[in-house]
Design a protein around this ligand. Structure first.
Ligand code: NAP
Ligand code: MG
Length: 503
């Protein structure tokens, strides 16, 4: 009998959050040494080709950990948006007429090609965004691939999205994404849109457009028909032109609540369908019966993952009074051993902040916290001389009226408040304009059920935090937005439901 020997290197254990689709993922031994294969200049991706911008202008993308220039990116404007929307509209009839199973093959191919180039993409994302290589390698890239796999799986089962009814695609979808999870946000948007037969024009964040344009290379390699996905890099105003373009039937925006409102006003009165994934100010609630060491890990993950630049970050810690002192002292001990620094070092826990502007915003909040009377604490750590770095920071003595307890900081800054009763915890947690996520740490199942019913948040994690799965819908209450991404609910937002037997 012939014994087959494995041809791939053994998988190594992950130190990052639990992996999704782990069995489809093969590790390479040293991703941080991979060549990110960056081009000196990236053009726009329109109609299946890389084309220069109409205005002939380019802007720089920098590495926030070194402040060095990484590449030049095309500065797309309204004329380029128009060109991209026309390309998408031209591609729509043939793409939407394909049987779902055929579209699924493209999604599957994209996922596989991304896996083949995973090391390269992880390094490129870390260089462009500043997030630790361990996160891009073990989270961003595999989860991006997982979203394409997941939607490839739906493509030939679309009759089950809404049994008894039929889903029709909407046409051209205009999408604008932020810089905190460039690849992942792109996959949340593009995969469900294509699955249903829509065509896409997407504008990545200007700080972090490189991986979207690298993924366009994969779209070419996957043989995706020209015009099905178009990538237009450029500033916020280019995103505005895309959202308002008459050919766009649906808008999908992820970003700040402020810009979300500007977009909603700009398209008011049109028949564009909209989904908005906006800001958050989540409460991570720790009860006295919780496994405290586990909870401390959850608090750290909740606010220091991706330098706290996470819409669903657990940025408000609500801790039960009897254990408040213990939790804060355990937390401080834990923060003393977090490694802050070079994002390309695989042992780094906290990398660089995405830009100088974002670093200044965070510093402004530190000042506001101190000025308003909260007590700030940072572990001693030596920061690199160049680049945009911020040590993990906690504030105690925070009250609900403090700005650091109300406003989204989008940085590695935790505001700690206390509570005495379950009712008080619920009231404080819900005392925010936002409602994206929440965390509950307790040993009691009944309490978890009550909290998850009464917390006004799209996602409630229990005894864990920041867990994502393509099958699980994600989205907000209140000013955190509307519509869902992921799962069957996410698909419903990319199509029109038609009763069976009707045209
Ligand atoms: P942002 O300033 O709102 O920018 C998001 C995107 O919108 C970027 O691509 C930006 O382009 C573009 N943009 C700016 N002005 C625009 C306009 N007038 N019209 C159309 N597009 C415009 O947000 P950010 O600072 O990049 O990202 C952080 C925010 O995103 C946080 O508030 C966070 O909570 C939220 N977020 C939410 C989710 C979620 O799922 N709910 C996920 C991630 C992030 P430029 O980059 O060129 O400025
Ligand atoms: Mg950059």
């Amino acid at each position: 009998m012939k014994i087959q020997t494995p041809t791939r290197a053994p998988r190594r254990p992950s130190t990052a959050p639990e992996l999704l689709f782990g069995d489809l993922w093969d590790y390479d031994p040293a991703p941080e040494t991979a060549d990110p294969k960056l081009k000196a200049r990236y053009d726009l991706f329109i109609g299946g080709e890389f084309v220069p911008p109409a205005g002939g202008k380019y802007f720089e993308s920098v590495n926030p950990a070194t402040e060095a220039k990484l590449a030049e990116l095309a500065l797309g404007g309204p004329d380029d948006v128009d060109r991209a929307c026309r390309a998408a509209a031209a591609a729509f009839p043939a793409w939407s007429a394909l049987p779902g199973r055929e579209r699924g093959k493209y999604l599957y191919r994209i996922a596989r090609l991304l896996q083949d180039r995973a090391r390269e993409f992880a390094v490129a994302e870390t260089l462009d965004n500043g997030k630790p290589i361990r996160e891009t390698r073990d989270f961003d890239v595999p989860t991006c691939a997982a979203h394409f796999f997941y939607h490839a799986g739906w493509a030939d089962k679309l009759e089950y999205v809404a049994p008894g009814r039929r889903m029709e695609p909407l046409g051209v979808v205009g999408q604008v994404i932020p810089w905190n999870f460039p690849l992942l946000m792109l996959s949340w948007k593009i995969a469900p849109a294509l699955c249903l037969g829509n065509c896409v024009v997407i504008k990545p964040a200007s700080n972090t457009s490189i991986t979207a344009l690298k993924l366009a290379e994969i779209f070419q390699d996957a043989g995706l028909p020209p015009g099905v996905v178009n990538v237009v890099s450029g500033p916020g105003s280019t995103g505005g032109a895309l959202m308002a373009h008459p050919a766009v039937a649906k808008i999908a925006f992820t970003g700040s609540t402020e810009v979300g409102k500007v977009i909603m006003r700009s398209v008011a009165g049109s028949d564009k369908k909209m989904t908005m994934e906006l800001g958050g100010k989540a409460a991570n609630i720790v009860f006295d019966d919780a496994p405290l060491d586990q909870a401390v890990e959850g608090i750290v993950n909740g606010i220091f993952f991706n330098q706290g630049q996470v819409c669903c970050a657990g940025s408000r810690l609500l801790v039960h009074e009897p254990v408040a002192r213990t939790v804060v002292s355990k937390l401080k001990a834990r923060l003393r051993v977090l490694r802050v620094g070079d994002p390309m070092d695989k042992n780094t826990d906290v990398g660089a902040i995405v830009s100088r502007a974002q670093l200044d915003t965070i510093r402004g909040y530190l000042k506001a916290g101190v000025d308003e009377g909260a007590e700030m604490w940072q572990p001693p750590c030596r920061l690199p001389k160049k680049g945009f770095f911020m040590p993990p920071t906690i504030f105690t003595g925070v009250t609900q009226s403090h700005r650091i307890a109300r406003e989204e900081i989008f940085g590695p800054v935790l505001s700690i408040l206390t509570f005495r009763t379950v009712d008080e915890a619920i009231e404080k947690a819900n005392n925010t304009e936002y409602g994206l996520s929440a965390g509950v740490w307790t040993d009691k199942g009944s309490r978890i059920l009550r909290m998850s019913t009464e917390l006004k948040a799209g996602v409630v994690w229990a005894n864990t935090y920041n867990k994502f799965d393509p099958a699980s819908p994600f989205g907000g209450y209140k000013e955190s937005g509307f519509g869902r991404e992921g799962g069957r609910h996410g698909l419903l937002d990319y199509g029109r439901l038609v009763e069976e037997g009707r045209p």
